[in-house]
Each structure stands twice: as C-alpha cells, then as structure tokens.
Design a protein around this ligand. Sequence first.
Ligand SMILES: Cc1cc2nc3c(=O)[nH]c(=O)nc-3n(C[C@H](O)[C@H](O)[C@H](O)COP(=O)(O)O)c2cc1C
Length: 182
Amino acid sequence: MNHAIVIFTSKYGATKRYAQWIAQALSCPLLEAKNCSKTELAKYDTIIYGGGLYAGGVNGIKLLPQNWQLISNKHVILFTCGIADPADTENTLQIRQSLAKTLPAEMMEKLHIFHFRGAIDYAKLGLVHRAMMAMLRKMLLKKDENTLREEDKQLLQSYGGRADFTDPASIKPLVAFVRTLA
Ligand SMILES: Cc1cc2nc3c(=O)[nH]c(=O)nc-3n(C[C@H](O)[C@H](O)[C@H](O)COP(=O)(O)O)c2cc1C
C-alpha cells in the first residue's frame, strides 16, 4: 500500500472515532483538518478526508477544493458521518447530490466516497445546533405523518435524547479499497 493519511473534522466526536479506526487499521497518520498544512498534504499519495454531515453538507469539505491543485493527482477518499442510515440509498443519493452542488465536476468524478453512521447526544449540542434541530422537528411535525421518510421518523423518535450508531466494522470497505491502491 502507498502512503496514506486520514484527516478529519469532527464537532462532537463521531467522525473522529471513524478517523481513528481507519488510521489504526491502515497504520497511517491521523490529523485534524484545522492542523493540516499544504506541506503535510504534499507528503502523501492517498488523502482520506472525513467530516460530519450538517444540514446535508460535509463539515470542513472546503479542505479538498482549497487544495485541489495539490491533491488532484493523488487518490482522494471522502467519508461522511451522519445520523441518517447510509443503508438507505435515498439518503446517500441526497448526500452525493448536495456534494455535487458544492464541488466541481472534475473533483466529484475523482472522489471515492464512503458513508458511515454517526451519533447524536442532544445534551451536548451547542446552542445553534440545538436551535437547528428544534426547527427541523417543528417542520417535520407539521407534515402529514404518512409522508415522512424513515430518517425523519427516527429523528422525531430520538429527538432530545441520545443515539449512537457508530460501528467500527463499517470501515471495512474503505480500508479494503485503500489497500488495493498502488
Ligand atoms: C444541526 C445538525 C444538523 C445535522 N444534519 C444532518 C444531516 O443533514 N444528515 C445527517 O445524516 N446527520 C445530520 N446531523 C447529525 C450529525 O451528522 C451526527 O451527529 C454526526 O455524528 C456528527 O459528527 P461529528 O460529531 O463528528 O461532527 C446533524 C446534526 C446536527 C446537530
């Protein structure tokens, strides 16, 4: 396998957990995006970036477009970490559609994307995030119950509490893929 690095942005720790598991499995360095310099990025053949999902967007994704010139000839892998179930293809399709709106087409074509399931603990949410979730709940409660998607129902059920779907086994496809890279 070539030289890889795992870089992440994590607000409440779920993405960090996945980043740690991946770095451990691949025996490669782990770095928080805010501490990642161009010099550091230049050293590796494979860049694995992970960020939590917030209102459909990937936290800290700007690292990739901002450094595209430097990394476009490398293997670039993106993983997302969100509370919605990645086994639901409607969900992953939405994540990719939203990424395609913010990233250039050339980048979307080159990216290898994986999706993992995160965690939420309402007691630990910051004020802005708490308000966003309250607004989302209010919006969902106004809808006809029969039109709600599975993830919306889950959000309403878990609202205010804690849910943790992080699973170390789910990194296997990403790790296996990186091991195939020359
Ligand atoms: C304000 C807010 C918005 C969120 N939006 C999404 C979302 O659009 N899709 C999703 O799957 N999860 C969403 N989540 C759940 C987070 O992605 C989940 O908590 C994830 O584990 C966060 O990872 P982190 O703690 O590493 O930042 C949201 C959470 C908050 C607080």
